[in-house]
Design a protein around this ligand. Structure first.
Ligand SMILES: Cc1cc2nc3c(=O)[nH]c(=O)nc-3n(C[C@H](O)[C@H](O)[C@H](O)COP(=O)(O)O)c2cc1C
Length: 362
């Protein structure tokens, strides 16, 4: 499949504008046109995190399946989990097109989608109807025009409580003006307190505690990170996702001058340094998911060594195709063979101090 992708699929998909190509990929997955293949059988890749069992440490990051159309088809490609959303209470169109840009030479993407999605009702209906049993996280956000953005997150928790394996509270998209202000200490304290309250009510009704993770931007200072980790710990969240896209243009061979969040290879260093700094602050118990520039077994392993329990990717799949999960799973098994470690989790934190000591790229 990867040879076929390299020969035909990628060239064909790159002749289309990125959003059209993405729509085609979703249609292909829905129609079963992208073959799932045999599962990679290696129990050493299994991870227990936030009380959930993952067959593999690699998942699909939010944004690929905003409307919960293909979570199980993605898992069938060899991902250990998929994260749907960001979903907002009401449907919204997002920013005018074009709003996704490929930076092919840098294996990167800039997007300024702005939470385009069909809203809670559509995602809810699809998740109710799904038959798969894999781990599916629900990434929740706020409508651009909401009077009370925090209330939108509370609505998300309550609406999807019986359907989500875990929740991601996304306050780190750069494309909804003012959203990242929720990362400031006072607003974050209020947001997390209200989420904690909603979760406690639902947990009491359903007798099940659904894990909640906070997804942060890689563009914060270390002092901001201190505050965020303190609030996450104080409000009994289960962990964090580090990170969303960056506003920085460091590491690009050419800056195309487009506004939006940058993802892919140039984000790898920044997001991995931020991940390790988060692990050092948050301690060993909390779940951390590393995202940003993962496109190979080496980069996935580096995130785990820097402190991640689990890893996610999006942009890597745009450049390497749908076989990327299987390729990474095989590479992780080979790395375990070489290291002699009994499980992938045993490699976590082996380089946290090294990564955390690096300065954040300018
Ligand atoms: C086109 C696109 C859309 C995205 N949409 C979302 C989103 O809706 N919610 C979210 O939390 N992250 C979103 N992201 C960020 C990814 O989930 C991920 O955190 C980021 O891209 C870094 O991973 P990567 O380098 O593997 O792409 C999006 C990324 C891309 C490229």
């Amino acid at each position: 499949m990867s040879a076929l992708w390299n020969a035909i699929g990628r060239r064909l998909s790159f002749t289309l504008d990125p959003e059209t190509a993405h729509g085609l990929a979703l249609s292909g997955l829905k129609a079963g046109a992208i073959p799932a293949g045999k599962p990679h059988d290696d129990p050493r890749l299994g991870v227990m995190a936030a009380g959930l069992a993952f067959a593999y440490p690699l998942g699909v990051a939010a944004g690929f399946d905003k409307n919960a159309e293909v979570p199980d088809a993605l898992i069938a490609l060899g991902f250990g989990f998929s994260e749907v959303g960001t979903t907002t209470p009401l449907p919204q169109p997002g920013n005018p097109r074009p709003r996704i840009f490929r930076l092919t030479r840098d294996r990167a993407v800039i997007n300024r989608l702005g939470f385009n999605n069909e809203g809670h009702d559509a995602a809810f209906a699809r998740l109710v109807a799904r038959r798969g049993r894999g781990v599916v996280g629900v990434n929740i956000g706020a409508n651009k025009d909401a009077d009370d953005r925090i209330a939108d997150y509370v609505t998300g928790i309550r609406r999807f409580y019986t359907l989500a394996s875990y929740f991601t509270v996304n306050i780190s998209s750069p494309n909804t003006p003012g959203l990242r202000d929720l990362q400031g200490r006072a607003r974050l304290a209020e947001l997390l307190a209200r989420i904690d309250e909603a979760r406690a009510i639902e947990a009491e009704i359903h007798k099940r505690a659904v894990p909640v993770l906070l997804k942060i931007a890689p563009d914060i200072t270390e002092a901001d990170l201190d505050d965020i980790v303190a609030e996450v710990t104080d409000k009994s969240l289960d962990g964090m996702i580090v990170s969303n896209t960056t506003l920085s243009r460091t590491g690009l061979s050419r800056d195309p001058g487009e506004a939006g969040g940058l993802s892919g290879q140039p984000l790898f260093e920044r997001s991995t340094v931020m991940l390790a700094k988060t692990r050092e602050r948050i301690g060993p118990e909390m779940t951390l998911i590393g995202a940003g520039g993962v496109d190979s077994a080496e980069t996935a392993l580096a995130k785990i060594e820097a402190g991640a329990d689990l890893v996610q990717l999006y942009t890597g799949m745009i450049y390497s195709g749908p076989d990327i999960a299987r390729t990474i799973n095989r590479g992780l098994s080979a790395a375990l063979d070489r290291s002699g470690a009994a499980s992938i989790g045993a490699l976590r934190d082996s380089k946290t101090a090294e990564w955390a000591a690096k300065p954040l790229p300018g």
